[in-house]
Design a protein around this ligand. Structure first.
Ligand SMILES: NC(=O)c1ccc[n+]([C@@H]2O[C@H](COP(=O)([O-])OP(=O)(O)OC[C@H]3O[C@@H](n4cnc5c(N)ncnc54)[C@H](O)[C@@H]3O)[C@@H](O)[C@H]2O)c1
Length: 326
């Protein structure tokens, strides 16, 4: 069986690739190595996880290149993680979201359709829950109130994927990831921002005056859950309206207050942070909190790393020579 992972030099993609390769799967990764954040992290992951000869530089928004790759490789399954991520960046750079998240995603759907792919797993996001007030967030809730273009593209991906699963009969699962953290994390996300500011003696920016709640999920849990879902292809007869399409939350189900998260980082770093308290940022939501009972019941998987263990692991990496941004 041959598997494609897109966004393979990214935070989640590199971990997924390395776990698939470790269990002996035949995997190819693609990534455009864009400079949304420091590319030393992307190259560092590729090197640290030994992915060098399995990854090709390619943009999923390049239809001809995507088509040629699928034609040559005859993938059975695809994991699409390539996307323009980040909520705040979508306020200033809206068009990069259209390119990667909509045009790129359509190219992946078309290639799956035209080249006999049996199963597509793709990254959605907890941000689709937008202004929803009811917690924990369940896949049964309506998600019609996005508060960022990023969230709107992820919700669009879910709709596009459902239509393709219905029209062309290949199976699709969307995964709504909840605030992922851990070694080799993204420098635009709070754990890396906080650790970086503490190490440089700068103040950390604490939005909404610290009154936020996040369901932080450790990277190993996310990668393992993604692979379990890859191994668990939905059958049309088990899905609503006979369409082989599923969407799952994948989060820790143990949301923490932002200030407790900061304390955990301070303790692990061994230094207190200077803090600048700021109002809520446009596009941000007050809380994220995942109900993961569907994933647990149907796929038999629940994340298990707790925050204390995860932050210790993250900080061990952060302080090590592996971290190019330390
Ligand atoms: N990390 C999180 O907390 C989180 C939460 C919710 C959803 N997600 C989603 O999970 C996926 C992976 O996120 P991540 O945190 O690993 O982000 P990341 O930015 O580290 O990884 C994405 C990778 O995709 C590549 N990429 C972007 N556009 C591309 C394109 N057009 N063609 C080829 N490669 C391209 C980037 O170079 C990057 O290496 C994304 O779809 C993201 O939206 C992540």
């Amino acid at each position: 069986m041959k598997i494609l992972v897109t966004g393979a030099a990214g935070f989640i993609g590199s971990k997924v690739m390395s776990m698939l390769l470790r269990r002996g799967d035949d995997v190819i990764g693609v990534d455009n190595f864009n400079d949304y954040y420091d590319v030393r992290l992307k190259h560092g992951r590729v090197e640290a996880f030994g992915l060098g000869d399995r990854i090709r530089k390619m943009d999923i928004a390049d239809k001809a290149a995507v088509d040629a790759l699928f034609e040559a490789e005859k993938f059975d399954k695809v994991i699409n993680l390539a996307a323009q991520a980040g909520v705040r960046y979508s306020i200033t750079n809206p068009y990069s979201y259209l390119e990667s998240n909509l045009v790129g995603f359509l190219n992946i759907l078309e290639a799956c359709r035209n080249h006999g792919v049996r199963y597509l797993v793709f990254a959605s996001s907890s941000s689709v829950y937008g202004l929803n007030a009811k917690v924990p967030y369940s896949e049964d809730d309506k998600v019609d109130n996005p508060v960022s273009l990023y969230a709107a593209t992820k919700k669009s991906n879910e709709l596009m994927a459902h239509a393709y699963a219905k029209l062309y009969g290949f199976a699709v699962t969307g995964l709504r990831y909840f605030t992922v953290y851990g070694p080799w994390g993204r420098p635009d996300m709070s754990p890396m921002l906080f650790a970086g500011a503490i190490s440089r003696g700068e103040a950390i920016k604490v939005f909404n005056n610290g009154d936020m709640i996040r369901d932080f999920t450790f990277i190993d849990d996310i990668a393992e859950g993604t692979i379990r879902v890859l191994d668990h292809q939905p059958k049309a007869e088990d899905c609503p309206n006979g369409v082989p399409y599923k969407v799952y939350n994948i989060g820790c189900s143990n949301p923490v207050r932002l200030m407790d998260f900061i304390s955990e980082i301070e303790t692990a770093y061994g230094k207190e942070a200077n803090k600048t308290f700021l109002p809520m940022q446009p596009g941000d939501v007050y809380q994220t909190n995942a109900d993961t009972s569907h994933l647990e019941r149907e796929v038999g998987y629940k994340p298990h790393w707790n925050l204390h263990e995860g932050i210790s692991e993250f900080m061990k990496w952060y302080k090590s020579d592996l971290n190019p941004l330390k």
